[in-house]
Design a binder for this molecule. Structure first.
Ligand code: HEM
Length: 234
């Protein structure tokens, strides 16, 4: 079933409202990414090749270690799915993610809709397709995972910039510490702070481990630590 265009348009407004009331931008971006990030360009068959196919709505996949906490994102999105049954989960997850980026002050992302949902939990990808946050050889690991999706080094670095949104939660992923809560590794945020533009509340920390991975690939990354007051949330 392809999504109904009028419903996609209406659902976008509901997602905007959801974002205004819950400030859930980070977890919705993560939801879209984790549904899509199982993609394997070397597998021809669908749905075995993974990717944005709505499989992340099933318990078996939500229970994968990398998806810890994403049940909360599904709970936020489910009422919108119920209201607009002619949108697939696959499209709705990507719509929510792209809308969250736009509403957080990011670019408008040109999107196309028409993704098809997997029909049952048996079509979910096996665990282990998403990147690991603590591998022994980070750059090699990232390349292995992202090259499998057909992406290159520049794209890995660009996508990792999504961590300008959100934070790590020890009770979910096991990563993150209170003292790194407002550590920001974002050139964009750095520029905004320099320019005196208060960052949005949803723009929080960057996982230290990811900062290390990021620097391993991109040695000129700007890293600076800001106080909560400096980023407009203290
Ligand atoms: C490069 C490999 C990546 C690794 C190892 C990684 C790992 C992680 C980890 C461990 C967390 C903390 C989750 C928690 O404790 O709740 C996190 C958060 C997050 N990740 Fe990634 N991630 C990667 C790539 C990406 C990409 C490509 C995107 C999107 C394009 C993304 C978007 C996010 C967002 C928005 C959050 C914040 C979630 C929240 O605050 O609820 N990540 N990531």
């Amino acid at each position: 079933m392809a999504s109904d265009a009028a419903q996609v348009k209406a659902a976008r407004e509901d997602i905007r409202e959801l974002l205004r009331t819950t400030h859930s931008h980070p977890i919705l971006v993560r939801l879209g990414w984790h549904d899509a990030g199982t993609y394997d360009k070397n597998i021809e068959e669908w749905p075995q090749r993974g990717g944005a196919n709505g499989s992340l709505r099933f318990d078996v996949e939500l229970k994968h270690g990398a998806n810890a906490g994403l049940i909360n994102a599904l709970k936020l999105i489910q009422p919108i799915k119920d209201k607009y049954p002619s949108i697939t989960y696959a499209d709705l997850f990507q719509l929510a993610s792209a809308t969250a980026i736009e509403e957080a002050g990011g670019p408008k992302i040109p999107m196309k809709y028409g993704r098809v949902d997997v029909t049952g939990p048996e079509q979910c990808p096996p665990e282990g397709k998403l990147p690991d946050a603590g591998p022994s050889s980070p750059a090699d690991h990232l390349r292995e995972v992202f090259y499998r999706m057909g992406l290159n080094d520049k794209e890995i670095v660009a996508l990792s910039g999504a961590h300008t949104l959100g934070r790590s939660r020890p009770e979910r992923s096991g990563w993150g510490k209170p003292e790194t809560k407002y550590t920001v590794c974002s050139y964009l945020l750095y520029v905004r702070c320099k320019a005196g533009t208060p960052a949005r509340k949803s723009v929080l920390s960057m996982n230290c481990s990811i900062r290390c991975l990021y620097q391993g690939l991109h040695s000129t990354t700007t890293t600076k630590t800001f106080s909560p007051k400096q980023v407009g949330i203290g």
